[in-house]
Design a protein around this ligand. Structure first.
Ligand code: DHB
Ligand code: MG
Length: 246
């Protein structure tokens, strides 16, 4: 910034630049969604069902859905665990990445949300491979050991227990599995020091710090929704042979 940057003409120039950049970002987002992450009738049905049921509109973005599919296929996923079904929108993206004999188990604590998610998955023709289990994830997770290992775990539920969900994800996966968690950036709050004293920020901060430093994982977090203000943390469960590489 120049010393004159508070001059009126500079401020209006800067505002014009911000406006143009925001417009460019919106154009890029629209073009990327059209090219890579088209929402067909089934995905639009899930969004409409979510709206009609007066559920919060907090589903992942289409590009995040596509990224989940890329990750699922990259690890050859046959069994996927989702913690937090909401309206089944992310479940549709995930289940579509499975082979016909694959399995998505999606945990949902709200009876209303579970019913909407089941209807959305049925409308997408995925009831043969996708199942919504109703109940508290912290109670259901210990019952899943006989169905493990899962090839991909997607965490997108209440934030304070994210570290406990991570413990379970590590127990229920194998080397080479992928663990993805939504909302790990959340406007930068979980990354700030000192950590704010609220349960959501503390849960997300502990999650981020653990996946960044746990020697069993190789992780990254990518800002990719809400204008770069939120996004996934993505972790690969490290194959034993790679230990010591870095
Ligand atoms: C909230 C939860 C989410 O999973 C999300 O993607 C956005 C917001 C929330 O509870 O506020
Ligand atoms: Mg989320």
């Amino acid at each position: 910034m120049t010393p004159q940057s508070d001059q009126p003409e500079d401020i209006s120039q800067q505002l014009e630049q911000f406006r143009q950049e925001a417009q460019q970002r919106a154009e890029i987002d629209t073009a990327l969604n059209r090219l890579f992450a088209h929402e067909d009738d089934a995905l639009q049905f899930a969004l409409a069902a979510e709206h009609d049921a007066e559920m919060p509109s907090i589903q992942i973005s289409p590009l995040q859905g596509r990224l989940l599919q890329v990750l699922a296929m990259a690890c050859g996923a046959r069994k996927i665990l989702e913690i937090g079904a909401l309206a089944g929108y992310s479940g549709i993206w995930l289940a579509r990445a499975l082979p016909p004999d694959g399995r998505l188990i999606s945990l949902e604590v709200s009876e209303k949300h579970a019913a909407v998610a089941r209807a959305s998955l049925a409308r997408a023709g995925l009831s043969d491979r996708a199942e919504v289990r109703l109940g508290s994830a912290l109670e259901i997770l210990p019952t899943l050991t006989s169905e493990a290992p899962f090839d991909l775990v997607f965490i997108d539920a209440d934030k304070p227990p994210y570290p406990t969900y991570l413990d379970w994800a590590l127990k229920l996966t194998r080397p080479g599995s992928i663990i993805v968690a939504d909302n790990c950036i959340r406007g930068g709050r979980p990354l700030r020091e000192p950590v704010e004293d609220d349960p959501t920020t503390r849960g997300l901060s502990e999650y981020d710090h653990r996946v960044a430093t746990d020697p069993r994982l190789v992780s990254v977090a990518i800002p990719m929704d809400d204008n770069g203000m939120d996004g996934f943390a993505i972790s690969v469960v490290r194959p034993a042979a790679s230990e010591g590489n870095f």
